[in-house]
Design a protein around this ligand. Sequence first.
Ligand SMILES: Cc1ncc(COP(=O)(O)O)c(C=O)c1O
Ligand SMILES: N[C@@H](CCCC[NH3+])C(=O)O
Length: 386
Amino acid sequence: MINSSTYKYLNAQETPFYYYDMDLLKTSLATIKEEAARYNYHIHYAIKANANPKILSLIQAYGFGADCVSGNEIKRSIDNKFPSNQIVYAGVGKSDKEIEMALEANIFCFNCESIPEIEVINEIAKSKNKVAKIALRINPNVNANTHHYITTGIAENKFGINPWEFDQILELLTELDNIQLVGLHFHIGSQIVDLSVFKSLCLRINEIQNWFLEHQIIVDHINVGGGFGINYHKPDEEPIPDFRNYFAIFNEFLNLKAKQQVHFELGRSIVGQCGSLISRVLYVKNGINTNFAILDAGMTELLRPALYQAFHKIENLSSTDEHENYDVVGPICESSDCFGKAVSLPKTKRNDLIAIRSAGAYGEVMASNYNLRQTAKSFFSDDIQI
Ligand SMILES: Cc1ncc(COP(=O)(O)O)c(C=O)c1O
Ligand SMILES: N[C@@H](CCCC[NH3+])C(=O)O
């Protein structure tokens, strides 16, 4: 929600830009910390959701670890003071160079996604006289009931190790001296709002963990990944997802062994609601069946609608007139450059300020310079002098 003095400040800036409500982020972080503490859960923030340094240093200050998917994300985490021993590193395609730098940085754990990757990590660790701690990222074949493109834990997906490879993995672990198995890791997808999916995940993890126990393997931690979704339709009514019920599911359904820790990798649920993309109307023009509101922001600033037909609430911050329907589009030379069709907005005109809400996760990080666009700036509520 943007009040009138903030509006005045934002309206004086060159658009488009990202605007972050840092009070909301602080409240979200405090809530997560409190709810996770009930069960002694360990939270790693998924840097991929938003790697803006100012956001990272605030998250780090709450004591969370970092979940990374590239060498550069590991570097960015360390630069923003995330302790290396709280950094986990997943990804199906870790390069030798990235593995080397992660070993040099002494990260907490590699979440390994294939047998050849484990062999390569062992080889590189050996050359450095180190022992790499690893967790097995397992593909549990649990349907996340979310958009097809952001489902990661069904058998057809490229992510993780399949259960039919477990015997081979056990053999390998006895042969490799520079690998230490410390965890089992799962991440089945993103924007999951149906909590029963997490119950199904827990039940499947129990089955998988039992297989390992039958083979005399007890790991230190179970990493259940991230994926908890946000309410894109009601960012003001539900600015913070229901972490209490979310964490309670894992407490109820996950069978843990003594001293076993539970790790989470939360991205969207932490930062999603605190960010908005702020843009200005360049032109309103008549189409055959619709009016187009053409913004100065496009899919280059926020790709999600073009890539996944994702819904983001769109608000006209400058007008309170009667509502009309608009197709809200960007300036990019692609027909998919559309933020919403038949969006009901107060009568909209050139230079009105538009907020595209819930853009804190997978917004700024997925921006591109296609059409040689300028990189959008970001503003933070706590920097605004009113
Ligand atoms: C391995 C892994 N962990 C955590 C996340 C964070 O997911 P989310 O932002 O949905 O919480 C992702 C992204 O989906 C991921 O690929
Ligand atoms: N980028 C996706 C989520 C993918 C998460 C990374 N595995 C989104 O905007 O919803």
